[in-house]
Design a binder for this molecule. Structure first.
Ligand SMILES: [Fe+2]
Ligand SMILES: [Fe+2]
Length: 293
């Protein structure tokens, strides 16, 4: 299950053994890179960023740190190891062996699920495009970029499934994911939450707290899918999702902590005075919390 980094698209799915698939994905790649350039993190093309890149799906390989220029990040296709003898855990087909190919009767439902999941990944990168320019600290900036490159890889994961298992329809869907954009009036992203602007860090922290949590449950259920390639893809994605929620949770904790400290220092809960002192007052935090929840 080692990841082959000599390939143009790093992968552990023996992509070079399937020339047609490899060529199709390699022709999708330049558009992906153009998208990253145009709608990914703004003005970061030349910066060295300290990032985690997976070099294998084993526990010692998924977190490999180093400086990379983000457009050179090695986005690739990584599936968790297959589990021998895995059977379907729920529903009508409970107990039957998991599917290695898409069963005809579930083809359109599965395609819809994968497209909807895939569409959210680049959408969040688009929503967060300008946040690097107002980051509260280098620590926050690194976390933001780490999440951005991982959401980019999650898109790759879904595009791989579409290309590998859904034929011409799948390729068409993969192309459409490059045509829709967050907040685009004509071609918006599929889910409403991914068309909302994320203009500042409080909305970003709420997003990683709530929306990534929603994403985690979504992925956790897809990781149980009877369609084995989808399950294995999502199992690996979940290792990264934990960090996204950590960013949201600890971020909100830090904001709230500082608010409480200043309330204590000034002996007030007056929003005006607290804002003047440079912290976010509790009613404002509550409003964002309500919006996110
Ligand atoms: Fe994701
Ligand atoms: Fe995420």
């Amino acid at each position: 299950m080692a990841i082959d980094y000599r390939e143009r698209i790093p992968n552990n799915v023996d992509l070079s053994g399937n020339r047609r698939l490899q060529r199709a994905l390699e022709s999708w790649q330049p558009n992906y890179l153009r998208w990253w350039d145009e709608l990914g993190p703004a003005d970061t093309q030349r910066d060295d960023v300290y990032l985690r890149t997976a070099i294998s799906v084993e526990s010692d390989g998924w977190a490999n740190f180093g400086y990379v220029k983000m457009p050179d990040y090695r986005w690739g296709i990584f599936l968790s190891k297959p589990q021998a003898g895995r059977t379907i855990s729920f529903g009508e087909h409970k107990g039957e062996p998991v599917w290695q190919e898409v069963p005809g009767e579930y083809r359109s439902a599965l395609r819809r699920l994968i497209v909807t999941q895939g569409d959210t990944e680049p959408a969040s990168v688009e929503q967060q495009r300008h946040l690097g320019q107002t980051c509260p600290s280098l620590y926050d900036l690194r976390n933001l970029f780490q999440i951005n490159v991982e959401e980019g890889r999650h898109l790759w994961a879904m595009v791989y499934l579409l290309h590998a298992y859904f034929g011409r329809d799948g390729r068409g869907e993969a192309d459409e994911m490059q045509e829709r954009h967050s907040g685009d009036p004509d071609r918006p992203r599929i889910l409403g939450a991914f068309n909302e602007p994320t203009p500042h860090w409080l909305s970003y922290l709420m997003f990683t707290y709530f929306t990534d949590r929603d994403g985690k449950y979504q992925l956790a259920s897809l990781a149980e899918s009877g369609f084995d390639p989808l399950a294995r893809t999502c199992q690996f994605m979940l290792t990264e999702e934990a960090h996204h929620m950590f960013v949201g949770e600890t971020g909100i904790m830090r904001v709230l902590q500082r608010t409480c400290e200043v309330m204590d220092e000034l002996h007030t809960d007056d929003p005006e005075r607290l804002r003047a002192a440079g912290v976010i007052d509790v009613p404002t935090l509550q409003r964002f919390l309500n919006l996110g929840a």
